[in-house]
Design a protein around this ligand. Structure first.
Ligand code: PLP
Length: 406
């Protein structure tokens, strides 16, 4: 297996983005961090930036900072996420709340605008929060949920969606990259299929933002949400973002109509009038400190370009699949991600009945992948912070941990 490590060293030496590996903070004792798709690492200079924020922006400018910079931050940071990663022109993306809350707001808004339509189409294997929100919104509005049951490895296809939508469909809500298998959905074609039926299309970008290039404007996407603590390295619980296409703003109404979404925040008027622009998706005071860390990561992605990030991601996941073939397939480990690189996102999932115990033993030795019920390990390869050697080291450690158990 030394040839796998040699191949990894060669790929690292030729990696045009290798200098960025040094931008991330050291984690003593961690040999391979393969969970950047769940919680991205902090940048080296994040600690200093947070300290400077406390000393200066908050500590000495005090409440004046709201006027000087914080009021506009949810919109400015949204625009930046839109420009660097989403293919979204300004004024359509906002940073707020959590992904779960933004899913609720947008689903409820979409369903509220669906005249006479009665169904929400969602995938049975989608992330729990997405499914639970669809169930809640359906119960609240008297709609029904139509469940797609696609192939668990290859994910939702255009044909799956075409077979499920009709003139009853209000909203189709899907994940761009499947959180378990890593399957990458065909966003433009599926969005077209939803539109053919007259439905709105919402994408959950949690596992694709910051690793997969996309063109939300050009592809006609109506609405999207995503996390910032995964491939955007915003830190635990950093707020999410929502994209709402400009033509829908002012027409759709989100349900949590707090003062930050009002036409004039400081009018303190007797009744509610929503802002006509993207700000209407806000509710209350935004978590300013939690918006700091992701800004450095957006700078890095901009320098590397999202296409460059995707190229490195493909190189990492290809190597992970090759290492799986050589080191793990012979031990009976199953590949639970698409083999075709173009059909995958940024992580590779493998399965084995012993993986719960294997993951525990790997964590204790500084190899950190992510266990997913019932018996999957996700190798989350965050392109700017993960090397090819780290990837192969992780796969070989999985092999050794299985071998030790038998
Ligand atoms: C991580 C993830 C979430 C998380 O939602 P939170 O509100 O941030 O907890 C939601 N949807 C998908 C698809 C995810 O991968």
């Amino acid at each position: 297996m030394t040839d796998l490590l040699d191949a990894a060293r060669d790929l690292d030496a030729a990696d045009p983005l290798r200098a960025h590996l040094d931008a991330f903070a050291d984690a003593p004792g961690v040999i391979a961090y393969l969970d950047g798709n769940s919680l991205g690492r902090p940048l080296r200079d994040t600690a200093e930036k947070v300290a400077a924020f406390i000393r200066h922006d908050w500590g000495t400018r005090l409440i004046r900072s709201w006027d000087e910079q914080w009021m506009a931050l949810p919109m400015e940071l949204g625009d930046r996420i839109g420009a660097v990663t989403l293919g979204a022109a300004s004024g359509q993306t906002i940073v707020a709340d959590s992904t779960s809350v933004l899913i609720y707001k947008l689903m409820r808004a979409a369903v509220g605008a669906a005249q006479g339509r009665t169904e929400i189409v969602i995938e049975a294997g989608n992330f729990p929060t997405d499914r639970f929100m669809a169930e809640g919104v359906a119960a609240e509005t008297g709609m029904s949920v139509v469940w797609l049951e696609p192939d668990p490895v290859h994910g939702v296809t255009v044909a799956d969606v075409e077979a499920a939508v009709s003139d009853r469909t209000a909203l189709v809500s899907l994940s761009h990259v499947d959180y378990r298998s890593g399957a990458l959905a065909d966003m433009p074609a599926i969005t077209d299929a939803a539109h053919e039926a007259g439905a709105l299309m919402m994408w959950d970008l949690c596992h694709s933002v910051g690793v997969i290039p996309m063109q939300l404007d050009a592809w006609g996407v109506d609405m999207a949400v995503g996390c910032t603590y995964k491939y955007l390295n915003g830190g635990p619980g950093s707020p999410a973002f929502a994209y709402l296409r400009r033509e829908h703003q002012g027409l759709l109404r989100q349900p949590i109509q707090g003062w930050w979404s009002a036409a004039d925040i400081f009018a303190m008027g007797p009744s509610y009038e929503p802002a006509g622009d993207i700000r209407q998706l806000l509710s209350g005071t935004p978590p300013v400190m939690s918006m700091l860390a992701m800004q450095g990561m957006l700078d890095l992605i901009e320098q590397a370009t999202i296409e460059g990030v995707r190229a490195k991601s493909l190189s990492l996941t290809d190597l992970a699949v090759r290492a799986y073939d050589e080191a793990l397939a012979p031990l009976g480990v199953r590949l639970l991600s698409p083999r075709d690189a173009g059909a995958r996102g940024g992580h590779v999932t493998i399965g084995h009945p012993d993986f719960r115990e294997v993951t525990q033993s790997l964590w204790s030795e500084g190899i950190i992948p992510d266990f997913r019920f019932p018996d999957g390990i996700r190798l989350g390869l965050s392109p700017l912070s993960t090397s090819h050697v780290e990837t192969v080291t992780g796969v070989l450690a999985v092999r050794d941990a299985i071998a030790r158990r038998s």
